[in-house]
Design a protein around this ligand. Structure first.
Ligand code: PSU
Ligand code: MN
Length: 338
């Protein structure tokens, strides 16, 4: 409204339906290749709980059609907890915070050979108008960018076995030092070196909290890793308070909440973990373990093969559980802000 007198021209009075007006309100650069889904934008603008979900699992973690059914199911789980899901991914170079079903289908089917997008890949993939699934690191970045406080996933990246030679340490770990987001997962990916990953997180100063009954850090497919962490929370409100305290202290880092796989999956999870160990040994022999970015997808598909689909079943169960806990933490976080 150019005709309106200057004193009426307060910033940010534009209608919230304007694309990305919420991001402008946050002071983010106008014109950045980021689109908020209208439902996510509305939730954020009204301080309703939102949970971020990643898409590397869609493009590089799960076979089709699970790659479509699982993320759609996770969105429903988040809703059942009373929060709005924001599944994050890249479509034609634009970061979508909240994907339309057709966009999710496009990523899940791998039509345009989606890239696996970690922090280092974001700008190149965007400039080249690629499709891509965002790993935990890139998803953390865009969750933080949009002001989303909770992100639920299956397994975080970490220190690979043999990293003392390969130096393969996921960028996910450093990202947790830069993004004030609570990441809820079933621990780290099954193929990793848990002990070294926990040491690395300690060095980085990232809080690691077991969620549930004990201080034992879960081992993805199993509730037991033999490693304990310094803190444990038993309910979503305490988890939310921890995140809120970091916010009050203006700490810019995130936190890792490790939620064990549901008890009833423990027996088959243990069996699957044996196949994981076998796949890791194979990858060391055939050289794939040295190929960096490709190691994870190869290992996960090999484990699916060896376990005749049992790994997929467990993976789905544990990630649905983290989505539920993530939703509950997000709901409680907003209560603290109210
Ligand atoms: N868990 C899976 N499949 C995956 C991943 C985890 O079952 O593809 C992804 C996560 O998105 C995680 C990423 O952030 O792997 C880590 O990959 P890298 O180790 O290359 O950083
Ligand atoms: Mn890696």
């Amino acid at each position: 409204h150019r005709g309106v007198g200057l004193r009426n021209c307060k910033p940010f009075v534009r209608s919230l339906s304007t694309p990305s007006s919420f991001l402008n309100k946050l002071g983010r650069l106008a014109g950045a290749p980021v689109d908020l889904h209208p439902e996510v934008e509305d939730a954020l603008a009204h301080s309703n709980p939102v949970v971020a979900l990643e898409t590397a699992i869609v493009t590089h973690g799960l076979p089709f059609p699970a790659s479509l059914q699982v993320p759609l199911g996770l969105e429903e789980v988040v809703r059942s907890a009373g929060a709005i899901p924001a599944t994050i991914g890249m479509i034609s170079g634009r970061i979508k915070v909240g994907l339309e079903k057709t966009e999710l289908e496009r990523l899940a089917q791998g039509e345009r050979k989606p890239a696996k997008i970690s922090r280092r890949d974001i700008a190149a993939a965007s400039a080249l108008k690629a499709d891509g699934g965002t790993t935990c690191s890139a998803t953390l970045i865009f969750a933080a960018y949009a002001g989303i406080k909770v992100f639920a996933t299956g397994g975080l990246g970490g220190v690979h076995r043999g990293a003392e030679n390969s130096l393969d340490i996921s960028a996910d770990l450093h990202e947790l030092t830069r993004c004030p987001v609570g990441l809820v997962s079933s621990g780290v990916k099954s193929i990793l070196d848990i002990k070294r990953t926990l040491e690395y997180l300690e060095t980085l100063g990232v809080p690691v909290i077991s969620y549930g009954e004990s201080r034992e850090f879960p081992a993805f497919f199993s509730r037991h890793s033999g490693h304990s962490v310094p803190w444990n929370v038993e309910d979503p409100m305490t988890a939310a308070k921890l995140l809120y305290t970091q916010e009050q202290l203006k700490m810019r880092n995130g936190a890792l909440f490790a939620v064990p796989i549901p008890e009833e999956y423990e027996p088959i999870g243990k069996e699957v973990q044996n196949y994981v160990n076998q796949a890791v040994e194979e990858s060391e022999r055939n050289g794939i373990s040295k190929s960096g970015n490709d190691a994870t997808p190869w290992l996960l598909s090999r484990v699916a093969e060896l376990s005749a689909g049992k790994s997929l079943k467990c993976n789905i169960a544990l990630i649905r559980n983290t989505a539920l806990v993530g939703g509950q933490i997000a709901v409680n976080y907003q209560k603290l802000l109210a």
